[in-house]
Ligand binder design. Structure first.
Ligand code: CA
Length: 231
């Protein structure tokens, strides 16, 4: 599931773009100024950034420059209201992969995003593992002790998220936001139910349990011994 960050101060554009991508199955974060956008872009991992040029705090050019210093391969599409050749040239030489002039149709943005993602370099992390649990992201396969795990798409995403953050205590809120892209409702048991299902496949038939519960807090994926199990 591709992750996209939209850095755009115009609320209306940000929300229609976010909604559009969410419906297409992307996980979407939004930042409404250049400073927040740059912070998110350099501390989280995104498959692609949609970056507005005219932004409060720090403009899109300077955000792009700074991102390039940290992440030379980060795919970026610029949004600009300035339909001038000089700006197009500036955008592409500053290292944007593509640009789109406002106003634009969402379908046009989506087509460009797909196009850029196809050209993007393969993510450097291809295999995630912990103990004898392995996820091959290129082949979209998960195995434990060499045995293939038959995971539903959501279970796959959940396990990928847990593995990327192995050893970290993950709250239900964080899991719900990152895996389901939803605001977590404290009464919802969607995360617990999904974890239970995942456990059945990942842990139940193995002596060494990897998914651990921290009562009242959340979950952690790790090799046993580092923390006492509370289940
Ligand atoms: Ca703007």
């Amino acid at each position: 599931m591709p992750r996209i960050l939209i850095i755009e101060d115009e609320q209306k554009i940000a929300s229609f773009v976010k909604q559009g991508f969410s419906q297409e199955g992307f996980v979407v974060d939004v930042a409404s100024d250049g400073i927040d956008g740059l912070h998110l872009a350099t501390t989280s991992e995104y498959d692609l950034l949609v970056l507005d040029v005219m932004l409060p705090g720090r403009d899109g050019w300077s955000v792009l420059e700074e991102i390039r210093r940290h992440r030379p391969d980060q795919p970026v599409i610029l949004l600009t209201a300035l339909d001038a050749v000089s700006h197009r040239v500036k955008g592409l030489t500053a290292g944007a992969d593509d640009y789109l002039v406002k106003p634009f149709a969402f379908s046009e943005l989506l087509a460009r995003v797909r196009n850029v993602l196809r050209r993007a370099p393969v993510h450097p992390v291809e295999v995630l593992c912990l103990d004898d649990l392995e996820m091959d992201l290129l082949r979209h396969k998960a195995t434990r002790a060499g045995k293939s795990l038959d995971l539903a798409p959501q279970e796959y995403r959940l396990l990928e998220y847990l593995l990327r953050h192995a050893g970290e205590v993950l709250t239900r809120t964080r899991i719900a936001e990152q895996v389901w892209d939803m605001n977590f409702d404290g009464d919802s048991n969607v995360v617990d139910v999904a974890i239970r299902r995942l456990r059945r496949k990942v842990d139940d038939t193995f002596a060494q349990k990897l998914i651990h519960t921290l009562r009242g807090v959340g979950y952690v994926l790790e090799q046993r011994g580092a923390r006492d199990e509370e289940k």
